[in-house]
Every structure is written in C-alpha cells, then in structure tokens.
Design a protein around this ligand. Structure first.
Ligand SMILES: *[C@@H]1O[C@H](CO)[C@@H](O)[C@H](O)[C@H]1NC(C)=O
Ligand SMILES: *[C@@H]1O[C@H](CO)[C@@H](O)[C@H](O)[C@H]1NC(C)=O
Ligand SMILES: *[C@@H]1O[C@H](CO)[C@@H](O)[C@H](O)[C@H]1NC(C)=O
Ligand SMILES: *[C@@H]1O[C@H](CO)[C@@H](O)[C@H](O)[C@H]1NC(C)=O
Ligand SMILES: *[C@@H]1O[C@H](CO)[C@@H](O)[C@H](O)[C@H]1NC(C)=O
Ligand SMILES: *[C@@H]1O[C@H](CO)[C@@H](O)[C@H](O)[C@H]1NC(C)=O
Ligand SMILES: *[C@@H]1O[C@H](CO)[C@@H](O)[C@H](O)[C@H]1NC(C)=O
Ligand SMILES: *[C@@H]1O[C@H](CO)[C@@H](O)[C@H](O)[C@H]1NC(C)=O
Ligand SMILES: *[C@@H]1O[C@H](CO)[C@@H](O)[C@H](O)[C@H]1NC(C)=O
Length: 523
C-alpha cells in the first residue's frame, strides 16, 4: 500500500520535473514573448498603440543658427567667421491619423507635427533676435538658374533684384521667427523673363520651404513652417502582428514603395529601409542587429545607426547605436553611396560631393546640402573654408539612440541635421563677384526625446514583473526537482527498487564491485 503510494509519488514528481523543465526552457519564454508582442504590436488592443498614435509627451526640437559676424569682409573675399546661436527650443507634438489597415499586416497613417515655442527652455534668447545668415532663398534661386543656364546668371541677377528688393549682398538680416516659421516675402511680381523662369520653376517644383503667398504672385520662404500642422504621408507601416521582427518597418511613403525616382532609379539609394525612428522591434539578445535603419522623408533616403554596444541608462540595460562614418561617406569610402552623388563639388570630386554631406536637390528641389552639425564626420576640407565658429564635437553633434531590448522602445535618442547651401563666386553677379566659394551652413536642428519618468517607471515595473516570472519558472523547476529527490529517497527506503544500492547493508558493500571507493564512504 505504502509502496504503491511512494511509487506514484515518484512517477508524478518525475513528470513534474519534465513538465517544469519544458515550461522553463520553452513554455515561459514563449508565453513572455507572446505577451510582449501583444503589448508592442500596432493593434488597438495593445499598450503601445495609443502612445504610438499620439505621443504622450512632446519631442524637443532645437534650432541653432549660424550668425555671420563678418558679412562685409566676406563680401570683400574674406573667409567667413560664424557664431553659433541657440538653442531656440520648440516642443514638437506628434499625432498620427490612422487611414486604414492593409492586407499585409500594415497600417496606413498620416503624421502631423505641431511646434510650439518653448520660452522657458530657450532662456535668454528670443524669437525676435536679429541675426545675419546666408540668404538661402537668394542663393537657391541663383544657383538653380546658374545650373540650368550658366550664361544667364548675370541677366538673372537683374531679375533677382526685382525679385528680392534691396539686394546688396548674399546675406539676410532677419528675425529668428521669420526665418524659422513666419516666412519672408519673395516677390514674383515683375515682367522680366528670367524672373518668370525662377518663379515658374518655384511654382512647378513647389519646394516645401516656399509657401505660396495669399496674393497669388509671391512666396513666403521659411525653413520649418511646412512642417508645422501640415500632415505628411501617407506612411504605410508594418504592425508586427504576424512577424514581430518587422514591427515598425515603413513599406511605403506617399504611395511609393521606393524613392528610386529621386536617386537616378537606383535600388540601393531609393530603398525604404527601416522604421520612422519612433518604434523598433524588440531585440533578441542572441541576434542583436548591428545596424538600425530608419527612413527619413526629409532627405528622401534611409540612414542607419550602428551598434556600439550594451549600455546602461536610467538603471536599465539598453543597446546604444550611433550614426557611423560610412552612412554619409563619399563614394570612395562606401561605393554603395554612389547613387547619392548628384552634384559636382568644386568640379574635382568625380561627380560626387565630399564625405559627410548629402545633396538635397533631388529630394527637396532646392540646392540645399545636408550634413551633420558642424560637418561632424565630414571631410576636413569643409572646415578650411571658415575662419572660426565651426568645430565638430562628437558629444554635441552626434546622432544616437538608446534602445530598450525587451520592448524596442527608444529610451533616449537625438537626431541632428544641418542645412547648408553653396556660396558661389559668380563674377557676373555683383553681389557674388568677390565672395569665396564654399559650403555655407545656415542652421542645424536637433530632434530628440528622453522618455519621461512615468513611462520609464512603467517599463521598470514590467521589467520587475518579468524578473519575477523568470524567477518563478526556475523556482518551479527547483521545487519539482526537490520533490523528485524526496520521492526517490522514499522509493529507495521502501525497497521497491532492489537495484538501489543500500550502504546500510554490509553484504552489498562487501559484494560491491568497487569496495575501496565504498569503504571511504562508510566510516
Ligand atoms: C480596433 O480595430 C479594429 C480593426 O482592426 C476595429 O474593428 C475595432 O472597432 C477597433 N476597436 C476600437 C476600440 O477602436
Ligand atoms: C548676429 O551678428 C550680428 C553681427 O553680424 C550682431 O549684430 C547680432 O547681434 C548677432 N545676433 C545675435 C542674436 O547675437
Ligand atoms: C502583400 O505582399 C505581397 C508579397 O509580398 C505582394 O505581392 C502584395 O502586393 C502585397 N499586398 C498589398 C496590399 O500590399
Ligand atoms: C504652428 O501652428 C500652430 C497652429 O497653426 C500655431 O499655433 C503655432 O504657433 C505654430 N508654431 C510656430 C512655431 O509658429
Ligand atoms: C534675401 O532674400 C530675401 C528673400 O528671401 C529678400 O527679401 C531680401 O531682400 C534678401 N536680403 C538681402 C539683404 O539681400
Ligand atoms: C512690366 O512691363 C511694362 C511694359 O512692358 C511696364 O510698364 C511695367 O512697369 C513693367 N512692370 C514691372 C513691375 O517692371
Ligand atoms: C537596406 O537594408 C538592407 C538590409 O536590410 C541593406 O543591405 C541595404 O544596404 C540597405 N540600404 C540602404 C540604402 O540603406
Ligand atoms: C539607479 O539606482 C540607484 C540605486 O538603486 C539609485 O540610487 C539611482 O537614483 C538610480 N538612478 C536612476 C536614474 O533611477
Ligand atoms: C562632374 O564633373 C565632371 C568633370 O568636371 C563631369 O565629367 C561629370 O559628368 C560631372 N558629373 C555630374 C553629375 O554633373
């Protein structure tokens, strides 16, 4: 009777061990990853969805401008001396409007950003500050015309003098708020043929920085007003319900699955790779991606940040990624980048820009050139143009993010981009007859976020919960193993299994095949 029970106990506890080991090594991880997937996928039942649809906190959007301090000297041929002013801080609110759900586990949405000036964070600076910067719209117009019809530049300048009143040099004296958001009036009201050319091109290209004026004949130029309150998209993003590894991938933008029409039909450069930077798939610790791709509509291309390593931030483990040199490398260093070469720089670089800069003409229809702030990771040659005020610093000018591996949430991230335009010496244009040719920075932006404490706490809580769950599965294994051992001992004691060596039995110890080893055990 007793023997049967212990035998049953043994069998049950053996079953329990097997079951708990399977549970611990396969079942629990499966349940946990399912649970995580449920929480991060883009489904209106998930915890992430609302935060994704409407960001719970604003991003910070900071602008630093390059004030020109020696404009008169530059007009006479001196090297520019710049003075960085900033940051002018804005709060950037983001909201998405879901349009539809696609067949291939995708969601289609529009993205709306709203910028609000943050007086407190900006401190002593004000939107009414007067600054001197390169006259971007003027340079854009004259470069566009010169590249279309080189011989016409002088004639065109006559038109531009109508177009831009009081044109005396290529610099613009302006209030910060007009340059950023409010806009500067550009007159298209004249009957010069070259003016018609410039204005006609503006009308057909409709570059985002040129907002048509209410009077129908002119434009307002501003750097960011097109980003404020105008929806962009539609974007089509993978929801991660079928394959969590695909979560957040952008599959189409404005109805197109590739940007190759912008980059000479090249598949590599036109590829929509990665997410929009707000959401990433959870990271599998055994397969950590060494590059994180994001698609950046402002520059019509994908960029990537490379894995640097594991890091700890806010007392949490995270993976740290930062932009690497070869993302914006020149063709010589990264042959893949050759399709981004759409402009000759100083005519001595085989049809390609220098390292660290990206021509935005194919993307924005304006001869703007993007780079990292202060030409960080750019060619040294770019810095030689300045007499001061431009000095790259990794700490300040890097682009990076900290990714929380369990949920794929960005704990902290900053994206930085500088806008430049060429200041070109054109002998036939009086305003440009003496200036030195070079790449002239206008301003740089920093867009970033640090998760607020409330969200961090939520994450920490779920981590604590996870560690409990983790502990529980091993505790279950431990308990069942302990039970198995007890039952084994009980079974042995009750003598059901005669093969079990019983060292209390002197005969068995005398007959045992290795008496020596057993003698040591039995005193
Ligand atoms: C959630 O989305 C489904 C479509 O995927 C829709 O039918 C349902 O009404 C939505 N529920 C809520 C609460 O919005
Ligand atoms: C920008 O530089 C000009 C001189 O070129 C100076 O008068 C002006 O005060 C500077 N602006 C700011 C905000 O410092
Ligand atoms: C879904 O994906 C398949 C293959 O990847 C593709 O052929 C099909 O066009 C896609 N459907 C939609 C609606 O995007
Ligand atoms: C952005 O647009 C909103 C609404 O039109 C406006 O209230 C806000 O002042 C604008 N932001 C800036 C920085 O001009
Ligand atoms: C610069 O361009 C603007 C148009 O964007 C024009 O109104 C202004 O007169 C120009 N400034 C100077 C100093 O030439
Ligand atoms: C346009 O041309 C007409 C004559 O052809 C002239 O009277 C008028 O002043 C011109 N307008 C401008 C803005 O130059
Ligand atoms: C796109 O991603 C693939 C890998 O996912 C990579 O091989 C390719 O180089 C990327 N293309 C660009 C333009 O980033
Ligand atoms: C990290 O943990 C330590 C000790 O637990 C604590 O003193 C510290 O305040 C924590 N830091 C943050 C940023 O939460
Ligand atoms: C760049 O310039 C070189 C020679 O000056 C010329 O052969 C090449 O076609 C140009 N490339 C582009 C894209 O304009």
């Amino acid at each position: 009777m007793l023997g049967k029970r212990t035998k049953l106990f043994f069998v049950i506890s053996l079953g329990a061990v097997i079951f708990s080991v399977i549970l611990a090594t396969w079942g629990f991880p499966k349940i946990i990853s399912n649970q995580i997937q449920k929480n991060v996928q883009l489904d209106n039942s998930s915890a992430m969805f609302e935060k994704w649809r409407k960001m719970p906190m604003p991003l910070t959007f900071k602008v630093y401008v390059f004030n020109v301090t020696n404009a008169e000297d530059i007009n006479a041929g001196a090297r520019p001396t710049l003075q960085e002013i900033g940051p002018y801080v804005y709060k950037e609110y983001r909201e998405r409007t879901v349009l539809s759900y696609g067949d291939n586990d995708t969601v289609k949405y529009m993205l709306k950003k709203t910028f609000v000036f943050d007086k407190e964070a900006t401190g002593a600076l004000s939107e009414d500050d007067d600054i001197v910067v390169i006259n971007f719209s003027y340079m854009a117009a004259i470069l566009t015309v010169q590249d279309m019809m080189p011989s016409l530049a002088g004639v065109v300048n006559g038109a531009l003098e109508q177009f831009f009143t009081n044109l005396k040099d290529p610099f613009l004296r302006v209030k910060v708020k007009d340059l950023f958001f409010d806009g500067l009036y550009v007159n298209c009201n004249g009957n010069h043929s070259a003016l018609g050319l410039v204005c006609g091109k503006l009308k057909t290209d409709a570059p985002p920085t040129m907002r048509p004026a209410e009077d129908g004949s002119g434009f307002y130029f501003s750097m960011f007003s097109h980003m404020n309150r105008t929806e962009t998209g539609p974007y089509e993003m993978v929801r991660g319900r079928e394959n969590i590894k695909e979560l957040g991938h952008i599959v189409s933008y404005k109805g197109k699955t590739s940007m190759s029409n912008r980059w000479g039909r090249d598949e590599y450069c036109g590829r929509l790779n990665g997410s929009d930077g707000s959401i990433f798939p959870p990271i599998d610790p055994s397969d950590v991606p060494d590059k994180l791709y994001t698609f950046e509509p402002e520059v019509c291309r994908s960029l990537y940040a490379s894995l640097v390593g594991k890091s700890s931030i806010f007392n949490m483990t995270a993976y740290y990624y930062e932009i690497s040199r070869d993302a914006l490398a020149a063709k010589s260093a990264n042959p893949n980048n050759k399709c981004f070469c759409k402009k000759n720089w100083s005519a001595n670089h085989d049809g390609c820009l220098l390292m660290g800069v990206l021509n935005l003409m194919p993307c924005q229809d304006a001869p703007a050139i993007a780079s990292l702030p202060h030409f960080y990771l750019g060619s040294e040659e770019l810095l030689e143009y300045f007499d001061g005020g431009v000095s790259p610093d990794k700490e300040k000018h890097n682009t990076f993010l900290y990714l929380e591996p369990v949920t794929g949430v960005v704990l902290k991230g900053f994206r930085r981009l500088q806008f430049n335009i060429e200041l070109r010496n054109i002998p036939t244009v009086p305003q440009l007859a003496n200036v030195p040719t070079g790449l002239f920075p206008l301003l740089w932006i920093e867009e970033g976020a640090v998760l607020p404490d409330s969200v961090l706490d939520e994450l920490r809580e779920s981590h604590t919960l996870l560690s409990y769950v983790n502990a529980v599965r091993w505790i279950l294994v431990a308990i069942s193993v302990a039970a198995l051992m007890c039952s084994a001992v009980a079974v042995a004691r009750s003598g059901i299994l005669p093969a079990w060596p019983r060292n209390s039995n002197s005969v068995s110890f005398i007959l045992s095949p290795h008496p020596n080893s057993d003698i040591n055990k039995v005193h």
